[in-house]
Structures are given as structure tokens and as C-alpha cells.
Design a protein around this ligand. Structure first.
Ligand code: ATP
Length: 263
């Protein structure tokens, strides 16, 4: 039997080859190949509808009709052993409005780590997760009375409860003011640097790309680029990742036209 724990540390957190996903009548992801390095922040960027959420759902194992290879932390995506090792925050905050922040966290902590014997550890984990997302002053407030941004941070705290090795965050900064956005990005960097957490973070705001160690740029179900922000800017002769993205889009469109005209 393969011993996953003895694998070299440089093995990527996520490895995809020829990854294809069909949703309804449409092929939403087409033959993608990419890796997500461990302990780094990888940004998944692209316009609305390009397939970011679908890719994330495939990585966490909740997406149907996935073909090709998709390995996560050395196991096939969705493997039961990954349940406590992968944290996932969707775009819709999943919190109970009629419970306080702490009660929400207590509830999920009891599912993750049940039993009386773990009560002290659960309490510590809940207190830490609330502090991680800067909600300590609101720990006893009903979730229903919080702002949208605060509620999404409760969801993030739930994902942090199990100290996951891989954190998959679907547009975590949507609707947040600039100060909260900066604070969240600081938290992401602290998680990567201090806990070695791998983060896969989607966004359609290109200035957030500059805050990532690596980028997967997507368009229409395909990966346009898999590189560092700096390498992308240099390769395309652009000042910003946004300009680099537009350059790559134009390049792909021109290549598509050439293919058509030589048929
Ligand atoms: N159940 C479904 N049946 C058919 N097509 C779907 C279904 N769900 C999503 N799609 C299509 O799949 C494509 C990718 O959707 P996805 O939600 O992954 O995009 P996204 O990049 O995350 O978009 P956004 O940034 O707006 O959240 C879209 O074009 C969408 O219309």
C-alpha cells in the first residue's frame, strides 16, 4: 500500500491532468492541466462564468461528472480521508442566523471533533478560529445581526476550525470594504507562512491577483496561464496582471482566428 506521508514535500497540493467537467448540456471545463503548490496562495482568476466555482467544487469533491486526473494532497479529489484536511468556503455564507458567532462555531466543532473528552480542545479551536477572522468582539452577537462581510468571515472561521492543509475559498472578498479586504489577505498570507496552509482563492478582481504567489488565469473553461504574477507581467510586457490577462486573451483569440483561417 502506498504511504502518502512519506511522499516528498514538494509534491503539489493539487495536481490536475486533462480535467474535464460537464454540467447539464455544457462542457464547462475542458481538459485542464495545472498544479497548486503547497504552502502558497494560488489565485484562480477569470471573468464571471469562466468556471472558477466549478473547478473549486471539483477540487473539494462536490462536483459531479468530473473526468481526467485530479489529485488533492496525494489522494483522488473527494476521497473520505480529505474531509478534515480540506476547508471550503462557498460564495454563500453557510451560517445559522439565529445562533451567535460562537454557537455557530461550537456547532460545527462538535461535528468535526465530537465527544466530551475533546470539549477543552473544541473550546480552544473555536476561540482561535474566531480570533483568526477578527470577530472576537462579535463572538456573542447573533449571526443574523452581522453585516454580510462579517457573516462570510464566520463561514471562513468554520473552515479554519479543523486547521485544514488546503483551504479553498470562492470569492472570499466579494462585498468587503478595502480595509477588510486587506485584513483578509494578511490573514491568508499568515496562514500560508506560519501554518504552511495551501490556499486556492478565486476572484474576478484583478488587483487581488497581485497578492497571490501564483496565478491560474481562466477563460471560458480553459487555463490561459499558470505562473507567478511577476512572470506573467514580464512575459507579456505588461505593468499589471490585468493588462497581462487582456494580452493573453487577445493572443488566444488571434491564435483561434489563425487556426480557423488555415482550415
Ligand atoms: N447546473 C448547471 N448546468 C449547466 N451549466 C451550468 C450549471 N451551473 C453552472 N453552469 C455554467 O457553468 C459555467 C461556469 O460556472 P461557474 O459558476 O463555475 O463560473 P464562475 O467562474 O465561478 O462564475 P462567477 O465568478 O460568476 O461565480 C457558467 O457558464 C455557468 O453558466
Amino acid at each position: 500500500m502506498m504511504n502518502y506521508s512519506s511522499r516528498p514535500p514538494e509534491e503539489p497540493a493539487v495536481h490536475a491532468r486533462d480535467l474535464t467537467v460537464v454540467r447539464g448540456p455544457r462542457t464547462v471545463l475542458r481538459g485542464l492541466g495545472f498544479t497548486v503548490p503547497r504552502g502558497r496562495i494560488t489565485g484562480l482568476l477569470g471573468p464571471s462564468g469562466c468556471g472558477k466555482s466549478t473547478l473549486m467544487r471539483a477540487v473539494v469533491g462536490t462536483q459531479a461528472k468530473v473526468t481526467g486526473t485530479l489529485d488533492v494532497l496525494g489522494r483522488p479529489a473527494g476521497h473520505p480521508a480529505l474531509r478534515t484536511r480540506v476547508g471550503y468556503v462557498t460564495q454563500a455564507p453557510s451560517v445559522y442566523n439565529d445562533l451567535t458567532v460562537r454557537q455557530n462555531l461550537d456547532h460545527f466543532a462538535a461535528i468535526l471533533d465530537p465527544g466530551r473528552a475533546s470539549a477543552d480542545r473544541r473550546h480552544e479551536n473555536v476561540t482561535r478560529a474566531i480570533a483568526d477572522v477578527d470577530l472576537t468582539p462579535h463572538a456573542d452577537a447573533l449571526a443574523g445581526t452581522l453585516s454580510g462581510g462579517q457573516r462570510s468571515r464566520v463561514s471562513l472561521a468554520v473552515a479554519l476550525l479543523g486547521t485544514p492543509d488546503l483551504l479553498v475559498l470562492d470569492e472570499p472578498t466579494v462585498g468587503l470594504d478595502p480595509v477588510l479586504r486587506r485584513d483578509l489577505w494578511n490573514l491568508f498570507h499568515a496562514l500560508a507562512a506560519e501554518r504552511g496552509t495551501t490556499l486556492l482563492v478565486s476572484s474576478h478582481v484583478m488587483d487581488e491577483a497581485e497578492r497571490c504567489h501564483r496565478l491560474l488565469l481562466m477563460r471560458a473553461g480553459r487555463i490561459l496561464a499558470d505562473d507567478t504574477p511577476e512572470a506573467l507581467r514580464t512575459r507579456t510586457g505588461s505593468d499589471t496582471v490585468e493588462a497581462a490577462f487582456l494580452h493573453l486573451v487577445d493572443e488566444a483569440a488571434a491564435a483561434g482566428r489563425t487556426k480557423e483561417s488555415t482550415r
